[in-house]
Design a protein around this ligand. Structure first.
Ligand code: MG
Length: 202
């Protein structure tokens, strides 16, 4: 199982990361071993600095596909969930500056809190209110209608190059408001009609 992630998919986050708007989605993968559930702890390894939250809408694939047409893409989605694409930002910044890949900063154990999955049927993914709080204070808030690339477009794009398998997850990107989280913080990511995932940082 793989977690397919979209880099800058909200204009506001692209702006805060000082990135030009992408012409095609920026794609990276996180390993399945980063996933934790509601109530589990986000564990920051020793020496890792400036760890940040990224609330994202996650789509779960119900069947396998390759070269999926955009107009059929959503029929491949069986479930929806809330995802937190936890990132070791200082490590990412230094690897990007060197032109290196940044798998480690995104792929650490516990850096992928995921809520319970709800059935995708009947939920309009283009109009959901997404929010992230740290210790009860709102840090990120957006409507999923503000995405740059609709998930159907992302699925068509990725599946041109990579087979998407049943159980794979597509994390559709985060809006602005990313901020540092530290040991003791309680991080809660939530999306209307889907649910939430809450985790303590240690
Ligand atoms: Mg992200």
């Amino acid at each position: 199982m793989k977690i397919i992630c979209v880099g800058w998919n909200y204009m506001s986050h692209a702006a805060e990361m000082d990135k030009a708007l992408p012409e095609e989605p920026l794609i990276f993968l996180k390993p399945s071993t980063c996933i934790i559930g509601d109530g589990d702890e986000i564990r920051i390894p020793k020496g890792v600095t400036n760890v940040q939250h990224e609330v994202e809408l996650a789509l779960i694939f119900g069947r396998t596909g390759k070269d999926i047409p955009e107009n059929e893409a959503m029929s491949y989605i069986s479930g929806l969930a809330v995802f937190n694409d936890v990132t070791a930002r200082d490590m990412q910044t230094s690897e990007r500056a060197k032109g290196n890949p940044w798998d480690l900063c995104k792929g650490m154990d516990t850096f992928g809190p995921l809520s319970e999955t709800v059935p995708a049927d009947g939920i309009d993914i283009g109009d959901l209110d997404m929010e992230l709080t740290v210790n009860g204070e709102i840090r990120q808030k957006v409507n999923t209608g503000k995405m740059i690339f609709h998930p159907a477009k992302v699925i068509a794009y990725v599946s041109r190059y990579m087979t998407i398998e049943t159980g794979d997850i597509l994390a559709t990107g985060t809006p602005d408001g990313i901020s540092e989280i530290n040991p003791g913080d309680i991080v809660c990511a939530s999306i209307s009609k889907i649910g939430s995932v809450t985790n303590r940082v240690v």
